[in-house]
Design a protein around this ligand. Structure first.
Ligand code: SAM
Ligand code: SF4
Length: 460
């Protein structure tokens, strides 16, 4: 069996747990089901947990009602993601009443003490609770529940080291997420992430490059480098140098990354968009607000003008680059005048897409204590106004794309021969395929029809 490398003090217990579970699953294969909430970081953590569970002999199953191990990888960024979890836990209780199921909760929500107290009190049938720093110990926890009848609550507030060499079971066939760093040092006043994911830690660049080389050998064509703020990468070389190294990997076709904090994207990184052939002409650059007053109290440390300067520099080095962003409406004290400034910035940038959020108060963040004299109703009116303007731009830009030709990396071809993939500029494009087209191919597609938020085309 494959040996895995984990921090020294747990390695023996871990390997023991993996072996025990593997033997247990030899008799009759047990199954697992992971439900993931939140960002790409969480999705990738779930891929790592899947890899570990499969190393222990568990088999992935889509139907949670039949699974022997059910895990919820939670998100704490906004309240509605949190509320969904409670409904999900309640659903598993009914299954647990009929048969044995190991129920585990992990991820960002579980890094918060008040949440753990609530779960202990209101959902005592949860077997395993752990956070974002110890998912590599999952086999040990399951082992303890199954064979020692224990309940596990393991809150590690921050980790000193990053764990390398875990097996990963990835979801997508032609593209993959690659973590280059964990945590965040920025402390935007609205955000819980630095409190749940700890301080920034970068992976060594050789580990990152090796992982991508292995992925390419397995058929991966596109990688998205992940970090809360990739610009502050410090794994032995700068982020721009890391991009250069990855660009040299033979067989790799495309590189993307997220997320970039606007205050930190350097000229060196900006210039890479004009220099590296594999770096796609697309950037996710979260602005949050177009009002300098709000940006200041968000602790974002840039102004709308600084942000627009970066956008202009990027357009100068890479004229076809497209942008997406994150926007928060309803930050404490945000007035209609502030919202209009955000709309003004949206119009200036001409985004191709955006993730739009209504501010959600997070216990433990500075903004949770800010005075807020704006009603929920007003915030919703502001949100709709902003969304209306944003959608107008996105739809209009899409409609002008009919007749354009894009290079598409094919991600799937359905039984009905409908192909789907993304352009280098990140447009979602579907097209009528033929028997020669398969996932992983890179083909040129001419756009024949623009839908609101996607495009249709034909092979040329
Ligand atoms: N590190 C990334 C950055 O700085 O752009 C963002 C990570 S965060 C998980 C993703 C997005 O969630 C943020 O850009 C922000 O728009 C949104 N977000 C974070 N906290 C929020 C809150 N309390 N309420 C509403 N949206 C929030
Ligand atoms: Fe949160 Fe700001 Fe860090 Fe992004 S940069 S994760 S928004 S604190």
């Amino acid at each position: 069996m494959k040996k895995i490398q984990i921090v020294r003090d747990t390695v023996l217990n871990q390997q023991y747990a993996i072996n025990e579970l593997y033997r247990y699953n030899l008799e009759e294969k047990k199954t697992y089901h992971i439900v993931t909430f939140g960002c790409q970081m969480n999705e990738h953590d779930s891929e790592k947990m899947s890899g570990l569970l499969e190393l222990c002999g568990f088999e992935k199953i889509d139907n949670e009602e039949e699974a022997d191990v059910v895990l919820f990888n939670t998100c704490a960024v906004r309240e509605n993601a949190e509320l969904k979890i409670y409904g999900n836990i309640g659903r598993i209780k009914k299954i647990k009443e009929k048969r044995d199921v190991v129920l585990g909760l992990c991820g960002c929500m579980m890094q918060q003490k008040h949440i753990i107290q609530k779960i202990k009190k209101s959902y005592p049938y949860v077997d395993i609770i752990f956070g974002t720093h110890n998912y590599h110990e999952l086999p040990m926890y399951i082992n303890d529940v199954l064979f020692k009848n224990k309940k596990i609550i393991n809150l590690v507030e921050d980790s000193k080291a990053l764990i390398e060499d875990l097996p990963v079971k990835r979801k997508l066939g032609v593209k993959a997420y690659v973590n280059i760093m964990q945590g965040c040092n920025n402390f935007c006043t609205f955000c819980i992430v630095p409190h749940t994911r700890g301080r920034e830690k970068s992976r060594n660049y050789t580990d990152v490059v090796n992982e991508i080389q292995e992925l390419v050998a397995e058929g991966i064509k596109e990688v998205t480098l992940l970090g809360q703020n990739v610009n502050s990468y410090s794994g032995g070389i700068t982020f721009a140098e890391l991009l250069e190294e990855i660009n040299k990997i033979e067989g790799l076709k495309r590189i993307r990354f997220m997320t970039s904090h606007p205050k930190d994207i350097s000229d060196e990184v900006i210039n890479m968009f004009g220099k590296l052939d594999k770096l796609c002409e697309y950037l996710h650059l979260p602005v949050q607000s177009g009002s300098d007053r709000i940006l200041k109290i968000m602790n974002r440390r840039y102004t709308a003008e600084n942000y627009l300067e970066k956008i202009n520099k990027l357009r100068n080095v890479c004229p076809h680059i497209t942008f997406s962003t994150d926007l928060i409406i309803g930050f404490p004290g945000e007035t209609e005048e502030d919202v209009d400034k955000t709309i003004d910035l949206i119009k200036k940038v001409q985004y191709d897409s955006a993730f739009t959020f209504i501010y959600s108060k997070r216990v433990g963040t500075p903004a949770a204590k800010f005075e807020d004299n704006i009603s929920e109703e007003t915030k919703h009116i502001h949100f709709e106004k902003m969304l209306g303007e944003l959608n107008k731009i996105v739809i209009e830009k899409n409609s002008k794309r009919v007749g354009n030709i894009y290079e598409v990396l094919v991600e799937s071809v359905s039984k009905k021969m409908i192909g789907q993939g993304r352009s280098r500029e990140n447009h979602l494009i579907s097209f009528e395929a033929n028997e020669y087209v398969k996932a992983g191919d890179i083909i040129n597609i001419k756009i024949t029809r623009a839908r609101k938020f996607s495009l249709e085309g034909e092979i040329i």
